[in-house]
Design a protein around this ligand. Structure first.
Ligand code: OAD
Length: 277
């Protein structure tokens, strides 16, 4: 039976198996898979020093999303919103990919039928792809970024995109960055609460998940839809979900295999086996 068939019969989690046994089963599933989609969230970047959103130390414990990550907040107080994003840009720029990003990038570069879909806006999958490609073509490991990219600006007027600046003067509204085309305020090119995800990007993510034999979900609380529904497309196709997380999530009951621990330790252990494709 291929990985696709196994997904149908093992979709109900039978409780946490011993880690070594679960890891061996997950490695076998990855090895047997023709197509793999990896869906990642903030947890995969935690070991790079980037705070997650929920849980201990999460950004939404200290900041109110409705004040910082909503279109109404930007209309009301663009200076405060930019101040927060400029801080996050600086923090992220000082971070580097960790072994979890690296292992996924290596898998995508060597396997050829792996797609990385990320909710993260930090660009660390792309940086890992470039590093692991070692001067070669990083394209197969460049992720589908369903929530945008913090390093890019979007014009709030005409919608034009441009590379983001790292030296934003946030002392007043007058000094905030403006569009060279229409002079409206620029904003970070990330999805905010209440905004729709870009249709083209979202359908690409669902289409890849809908063809995958294995959906490897790492470091997401699986609480924010529609991104949290992407792994379900793999299940509908007859594939299996393998979850890597520190704790249970709403997706755990759909996962054939749940690996509990850090993505930085588990993903290399899972994906860097010598005998993998
Ligand atoms: P969350 O902060 O909601 O969840 C992070 C998940 O990572 C939790 O389930 C943790 O248990 C897990 N985790 C933490 N450290 C880990 C580690 N070292 N290894 C493995 N797992 C670890 O982050 P997301 O699920 O990504 O949206 O959040 C989804 C969206 O909510 C984000 O994209 C963002 C936020 O509002 C937008 O910005 C649109």
């Amino acid at each position: 039976m291929g990985a696709a068939g196994m997904g149908r019969t093992q979709a109900v989690n039978q409780g946490p198996p011993a880690p070594a046994e679960a890891l061996a089963r997950a490695r076998a599933a990855v090895q047997a898979a023709g197509r793999i989609v990896a869906v990642t969230g903030a947890g995969i970047s935690a070991e790079s020093g980037i705070p997650t959103f929920r849980g201990a130390g999460g950004l939404w414990r200290s900041f109110r999303p409705e004040d910082l990550a909503a279109p109404e907040a930007f209309q009301r107080d663009p200076r405060t919103v930019w101040e927060w994003y400029a801080w996050r840009r600086g923090l992220i720029a000082a971070c580097v990919p960790n072994p979890g990003h690296d292992a996924l990038a290596r898998l995508a570069l060597r396997q050829g039928h792996t797609t990385i879909v990320t909710q993260n806006v930090d660009g660390l999958h792309t940086r890992a792809a470039e590093i692991q490609a070692g001067g070669g073509d990083p394209t197969p490991a460049i992720p589908v970024e369903v929530h945008g990219a913090i390093d890019r600006d979007l014009c709030s007027g005409c919608g034009v995109r441009s590379p983001g600046s790292h030296s934003i003067e946030v002392s007043s509204v007058e000094t905030l960055p403006r569009c060279v085309v229409c002079d409206a305020l620029l904003r970070p090119d990330v999805i905010w609460f209440g905004e729709a995800l870009e249709t083209r990007v979202l359908s690409q993510a669902f289409s890849m998940a809908g063809q995958a034999d294995v959906c490897l979900v790492a470091g997401t609380s699986a609480l924010v839809h529609p991104a949290a529904s992407i792994p379900l497309a793999t299940l509908e196709h007859g594939g299996m979900v393998v979850e890597v997380n520190m704790e249970d999530t709403p997706l755990t009951r759909h996962a054939a295999i749940s690996l509990r621990g850090s993505a930085g330790a588990l993903l290399p252990a899972l994906l860097d086996a010598d005998d993998l494709p």
